[in-house]
Structure formats: C-alpha cells, structure tokens
Write a protein that binds this ligand. Structure first.
Ligand SMILES: [Zn+2]
Ligand SMILES: [Zn+2]
Length: 172
C-alpha cells in the first residue's frame, strides 16, 4: 500500500518511554513503514450511538472518529461495549461536534447522568461503516490539525486502554 504511513521523526508513535528512533507500538524505525497492525495507524469510522435514558426515551446518533486501522467491526464494538473503555468518554465529544443526533441531542441529560454515575449501561454502540479507509497517523505538534482530528479524545482513550490491556487483534 503506497499510502501506508512511515514512521516520522515527529511521529505520535514515538513515546518518551520507548526508543527515540522507533515507534513504541510496532518497533519500526524512523523512515520505515509502521507495522500492519500498528495501533498508531488509524482510519475514520462511523458508529451508531444508542442512548437509553432512565425516563424511557431512546436517542440515536452517528459518531465519526478515528480508530486503529487494523480493527474490524467486531473489535470496534467490543472496544466500545465490552472492554474497560468507559462510555462516559463520549461526553468529551460534545464540543467536538463529532456526534450527529437524530432529533434533539441528549447531551444535557447525559451530562447530568454522568455526574454521579458511569454511562456504560446507558449508551450502546454499533459499528456502521468505514467513512475513510485512508490510513493515517498523527504527528506531534502538527501545525495544521483538521477539525475531525481535534475530536481525537476517543483515540486517546483507546490508546490508554490498549496500553493497559494486552490487546488481541482479530486474526487475519
Ligand atoms: Zn507503529
Ligand atoms: Zn463506564
């Protein structure tokens, strides 16, 4: 794949805890392509968000965000619904505008609920589609950060989760 990203000197995959000249996640050196399953390489996906509020109302929305390129639909749904990732993280997407709700947005109700409880039993996520399959990785201090990338909180959460868990990527 000619568009597959190389490890850049400013690559977000180069971490202080790792070696200064290689990706912390796939151990490829600067100038070499990131590994095929490297979690630094992401694609843009869309998931349906289903919010079932205690008052019985159900809200549906579509959320676009970047996630590891190697994840398939099953892995995406597992990460959001059944891993230690907390659904309350979705509240971080409010200002980013990355979720489009059908009808009125339930953000106020979700934020109020989230004050004293976790939202994992309120929110459910279903994989919808890959919006843009172009593999990308972030560079540190990139001067031109697109708006969609400002909504990368979910990715940071995913990365934290990956670091805390031994991740088993789906077999190819
Ligand atoms: Zn890598
Ligand atoms: Zn939770």
């Amino acid at each position: 794949m000619s568009t597959w990203p190389l490890v850049d000197a400013k690559d977000d995959g180069i971490r202080p805890v790792g070696k200064p000249d290689e990706c912390f996640y796939c151990n490829q050196k600067i100038g070499a392509p990131h590994g095929r399953d490297c979690v630094v390489v992401t694609k843009l996906v869309e998931m349906r968000v289903i919010a079932e509020l205690p008052d019985g109302t159900v809200h549906r929305g579509l959320w676009q965000f970047r996630e590891p390129f190697a994840w398939d639909a099953e892995m995406s749904e597992f990460h959001k619904n059944d891993s230690s990732w907390c659904a309350g993280n979705l509240l971080n997407q409010r200002d980013a505008g990355s979720v489009i709700w059908e009808g009125s947005a339930p953000w106020d109700a979700l934020a109020a609920l989230g004050e004293d409880r976790c939202l994992c039993d309120v929110l459910r996520f279903e994989f919808v589609r890959v919006v843009d399959p172009t593999p990308r990785r972030k560079l540190k201090n990139a001067e031109t950060v697109q708006k969609s990338e400002l909504a990368s909180q979910s990715w940071t959460d995913a990365e934290t989760w990956i670091r805390q868990n031994v991740i088993k990527l789906p077999a190819k």
